[in-house]
Design a protein around this ligand. Structure first.
Ligand SMILES: [Zn+2]
Length: 463
């Protein structure tokens, strides 16, 4: 697949690699203009074709930004000899993240049904909070006044990551917001503020994108909010998470090439602006870029080349990652080798929002270090318990009399140490809130055990 492509070797310096690849962007940009001109000549004279500002070049960022950070670094512990899998440690101001590692998602600054003390006991290191939700409630001002997110949620000695909010904003536009609204209350509010035709109660589109940023309406109260590459960084500075994410544009899965080119270019411009804002005052935070390009080899390659030429602290893989696990693994198969050379190898790689176990296990061999997924806690409250024997659907009557048998015989979590399947079956059927807590603790422990096993298997030469 990769054979016909020119992949810019990352042995080049960041700016050399960028210069070598930037001609393609110029071509794509001029192609975009041609298309726009020809379509506007048919219709009435419209305004002049919008010509986006140029991409910021690596040399426009200060030299010190390319130097190693003293508060954040990736340490390679062991590189597999049979794959790109690697065991490492990410050092952050609030502790270490062993990699490959699972990242639990605490959308509103809380894991569903599980408090951070319990999650910590279940081996949870990095936790992901969503800027979008925190922006709507309680708002960055309150979190800042409380002393930052670590203090506010009382998780003082473990690392946190926040995203830009862009993902949820664009999910609103593409109707998949349900995925990110995890409680029934949130979902009801979102529906109440949206008309049947998909427009908001105020009669406008839920999302409007301009070069400056993106307008959207709060699903909570309908108020209009303008999110920009700079404002998301300001909000994330108020939260103070160890790792932060620049604003990017999430295109829908079905999009033509030209639109995807424009979207990727916009993401690059926005990410560079976020980075510049971040570098004004790093505040002990690390910023990861978000690599885009969908499943398009050419665009992904360009995105890797451009974004890795800028002084980001790590690389998140985002955008459309294919429609299933097979497509994702194919994508990683040709994309991840690009991260194996030169300075790229020295930074952590995060796969954004990948849910299923099959994808996670497959991605480890491609050298992905961290994975965030709300899947384990989301399925827990619907009665799906993860186990070494496969998934257990606790609502099934067959568990009603499984006295003395824990969810998973090998699991050391507090749920498995104390309760059996029969009691969990009863709690679920009786709709007891305690079920969500016990199931959530177990699934988080299961994910962390799974990743610990991956690390051991890499060290043992099995992956
Ligand atoms: Zn357990």
């Amino acid at each position: 697949m990769v054979g016909s492509l020119t992949i810019i070797s990352s042995k080049l310096s960041p700016s050399q690699a960028f210069q070598s690849s930037s001609h393609l962007f110029k071509n794509l940009r001029s192609c975009s203009k041609t298309r726009c001109f020809s379509s506007s000549s048919n219709s009435e004279k419209k305004k002049d074709v919008y010509s986006p500002p140029p991409l910021e070049v690596p040399s426009s960022f200060p030299d010190w930004a390319y130097e190693p950070r003293d508060y954040f670094r990736y340490e390679l512990v062991y590189q597999s000899k049979i794959s790109n899998a690697r065991v490492g440690r990410i050092h952050t101001p609030h502790g270490i993240i062993d990699t490959p590692g699972y990242v639990a998602v605490a959308t509103n600054g809380a894991l569903k049904g599980v408090d951070f003390r319990q999650a910590d006991e279940a081996g949870q290191q990095l936790v992901f909070c969503n800027s979008y939700h925190l922006l709507l409630h309680p708002g960055p001002e309150i979190i800042e006044e409380a002393g930052g997110l670590h203090k506010f949620v009382n998780r003082p000695d473990r690392p946190l990551i926040t995203d830009s909010g862009g993902f949820q904003v664009f999910s609103l536009a593409y109707g998949s917001v349900q995925e990110s609204l995890e409680s029934e209350g949130e979902l009801k509010r979102a529906k109440k503020n949206t008309r049947n035709d998909g427009l908001t109660k105020a009669g406008d589109k839920p999302v409007k994108v301009t070069e400056d940023g993106v307008y959207f309406r709060s699903y909570r109260d309908g108020r209009k909010i303008f999110l920009t590459p700079e404002s998301t960084v300001e909000a994330q500075k108020s939260y103070g998470a160890d790792i932060i994410i620049p604003l990017d544009q999430l295109p829908p899965y079905h999009i033509d090439k030209q639109k995807l080119v424009e979207s990727v270019n916009r993401s690059h411009r926005w990410e560079a602006r976020s980075l510049r804002k971040h570098l004004e005052d790093v505040k002990g935070q690390a910023m990861y870029c978000v690599v885009h390009g969908g499943v398009d080899v050419e665009l992904r390659t360009e995105s890797v080349n451009y974004l890795t030429s800028l002084p980001f602290d790590g690389y998140a893989i985002g955008g459309s990652l294919g429609k299933n696990s097979e497509e994702l693994l194919q994508l990683l198969d040709w994309m991840m080798p690009m991260f194996e050379e030169g300075h790229r190898k020295e930074k952590p790689r995060h796969l954004l929002g990948i849910a299923d176990e099959k994808s996670i296990l497959g991605a480890v061999g491609h050298g992905i270090d961290t994975f965030d997924s709300c899947y384990p806690t989301r399925v827990a409250r619907h009665g799906t318990l993860l186990s070494r024997e496969g998934r257990i659907n606790i609502k099934s009557g067959k568990y009603a009399k499984q006295y003395g048998i824990p969810i998973d015989q090998e699991c050391q979590c507090s749920t498995c140490q104390r309760y059996d399947r029969a009691y969990l079956w009863h709690l679920y059927k009786a709709k007891e809130p305690l079920f969500m807590q016990l199931a959530g603790i177990h699934n988080i422990q299961y994910m962390n055990d799974l990743m610990a096993k991956q690390r051991q298997d890499i060290l043992d030469g099995k992956i």
